[in-house]
Design a protein around this ligand. Structure first.
Ligand code: KIV
Length: 267
């Protein structure tokens, strides 16, 4: 299994880091089989698995339920667990307690948290101080959807661009060992990746980050969304609807089950 020490080394060696989200036993098994470098149990599970409106509604209990399933589905893949909204905002004690739970109860190897303001830096420092590796997350951080007024690309204006460069340096300085960059211009993704020692993992951050991540359901064509950054590698939605519809019509037409599907058929 890769460890927290391997990801910065991969960057130093010029090896691209691959990652995908997974949320349950079977998606974790398949993702591991396909050979990703690490799995993120993202709070995107709120939208793609639980049908919430946004990631804001995701709770610690939701996260733990899914992290445990992912853990059971993997043998030797590094697992990063998202810290859900409000789990690192209230106090340092609660932040540490929640990070501990994701590691101890969930079985994750690291936690990820969104943001780069001074209170987020305190949270990173506090968690790192508990011997828990932290992945930072900057740019279009979905938990800030209400503040941003929608899912809008961040860092386009000069001030915002410079602020994100500064925050990326700050999260590295605070002790994060990896940084997810989401929904930012390619030039900014490149500049941050060249500036930092820790690896950057991009989603909608262009071609020059040190690795890439996608949401499992998006990559497989299980979601309707079509953001510009996304490549759907297959369209499982269509395949699933086709297969289920065929099953429904075969049952109705008494074409399924056939004799070969029956235990001890009546002769
Ligand atoms: O929750 C998630 O899936 C994420 C990725 C999009 C990086 O944070």
């Amino acid at each position: 299994m890769l460890t927290v020490k391997d990801f910065p080394k991969m960057k130093a060696d010029g090896k691209i880091i691959t990652s995908l989200t997974a949320y349950d036993y079977s998606s974790a098994q398949l993702t591991e089989l396909a050979g990703v470098d690490f799995i993120l149990v993202g709070d995107s599970l709120g939208m793609v698995v639980l049908g919430y409106e946004s990631t804001i509604q995701v709770t610690m209990e939701d996260m733990l339920h899914h992290i445990k399933a992912v853990k059971r589905g993997t043998k030797d893949t590094f697992i990063v667990a998202d810290m859900p909204y409000k789990s690192f905002h209230i106090s340092t004690e609660r932040t540490k307690e929640n990070a501990f739970r994701l590691i101890i109860e969930g079985g994750a190897n690291a936690v990820k948290l969104e943001g780069g303001t001074s209170s987020r830096l305190d949270a990173i420092r506090a968690i790192v101080d508990c011997e828990i590796p932290v992945v930072a997350h900057l740019g279009l951080t979905p938990q800030s959807v209400n503040k941003f007024g929608g899912y809008k690309v961040q860092g386009k204006a000069e001030l915002e661009y410079q602020k994100l460069i500064q925050q990326s340096k700050d999260v590295e300085e605070a002790g994060a060992f990896m940084l997810v960059l989401e929904g930012i211009p390619e030039q900014l993704g490149k500049e941050i990746s060249e500036t930092l020692t820790i690896p950057t993992i991009g989603i909608g951050a262009g071609r020059y980050t040190d690795g890439q991540i996608l949401v499992y359901h998006d990559l497989l064509g299980l979601t309707a969304l079509e953001p510009k950054f996304l490549k759907k590698y297959t369209m499982l939605n269509d395949e699933i609807v086709k297969a289920v519809a065929q099953y429904v019509s075969e049952v109705r037409e008494k074409k399924f089950p056939q004799e070969k599907h029956v235990y001890f058929p009546i002769k």
